[in-house]
Design a protein around this ligand. Structure first.
Ligand SMILES: [Zn+2]
Length: 92
């Protein structure tokens, strides 16, 4: 695959567990983030994407389009909620 959005993300994003959720910042100085692939803004602002896929530490964000385009290539696993890891039985 030769896509402009691919810039070595497999080094840190391959085979990660991701959570789909409303944007939250892990840094009080930031009110938004960018998709790791296409650089789309993800934030709580109405003009931006509000939901995305994020690593369990909320550090990397991936928009829905890029998630769908690259999920097979990267082998991602979607988990229901990073805070409930190991408690999958309660998740539908
Ligand atoms: Zn994207």
């Amino acid at each position: 695959m030769d896509d402009w959005r691919l810039q070595g993300q497999e080094k840190y994003l391959a085979k990660k567990e991701l959570v789909y959720k409303l944007y939250t910042s892990n840094n009080p100085l930031w009110d938004h983030d960018h998709c790791e692939f296409c650089n789309e803004r993800i934030s709580l602002l109405p003009e931006d994407r509000n939901y995305g896929y994020t690593t369990l530490d909320d550090y990397y964000w991936i928009c829905e389009d890029c998630f769908n385009d690259f999920k097979d290539q990267f082998g991602w696993t979607v988990v229901a909620n990073g805070n409930e890891k190991g408690n999958e039985s309660s998740v539908k």
